[in-house]
Design a protein around this ligand. Sequence first.
Ligand SMILES: Cc1cc2nc3c(=O)[nH]c(=O)nc-3n(C[C@H](O)[C@H](O)[C@H](O)COP(=O)(O)O)c2cc1C
Length: 198
Amino acid sequence: MDALDCLLTRRTATRLVEPGPSTDQLTAILRAATTAPDHKMLRPWRFVVVRGEARTALAAAITTAAEAVGDLPEPIVRKAAGKATRSPALIAVIAARVEARVPVAEQDASAAAAAQNICLAAHAVGVASAWKSVPLLDSAPVRAAFGLRAGEELLGWVELGTQAPNVPVAPRAAVPLEEVALEMAADGALKPVAESAA
Ligand SMILES: Cc1cc2nc3c(=O)[nH]c(=O)nc-3n(C[C@H](O)[C@H](O)[C@H](O)COP(=O)(O)O)c2cc1C
């Protein structure tokens, strides 16, 4: 797939089913994640792959976290835990901040770029993906499940698998560039960017 095609055609999966990514595909996806732009090469990210039976262990950690909240109705607890097994595999993206002169926001931006690389690389190798928030991400059981150290944060996880053929993925309307992009003229004025007709 052409690189620009990959960027323009990636869509978030609406329902993920088996087969999940192969180990070869996962390796390619993780390699792509590590090419995220990275100020001072701090590698302020790391990843945890959860697939197969391991998803049950993750679901158990989420259940423990949800039950610890105390007043959550049982269906809500079940729904939160079910997010661990909603896709054949997932990759958790951890903002692994480093003590350095690079601001935390830049380090987190690098981790977000890694997450996007995961989505794009998945698309490139024929795997469907969905970047999702982690349920109860700040709870001790969920942090422990992913081996989070002090100062590290879960940015989210990217679910991976095969888009269910009977569930549609709605097309995403193109964003009019003049709504989001300006161009600075020689006199410093900001004007709507000129969009080519092509
Ligand atoms: C940090 C982050 C967290 C997200 N969490 C969720 C989520 O928990 N549930 C959800 O439905 N979409 C979530 N999304 C949005 C989807 O990943 C997706 O981008 C959105 O549905 C738009 O679809 P598209 O990527 O096909 O344009 C999240 C996106 C980001 C960047």
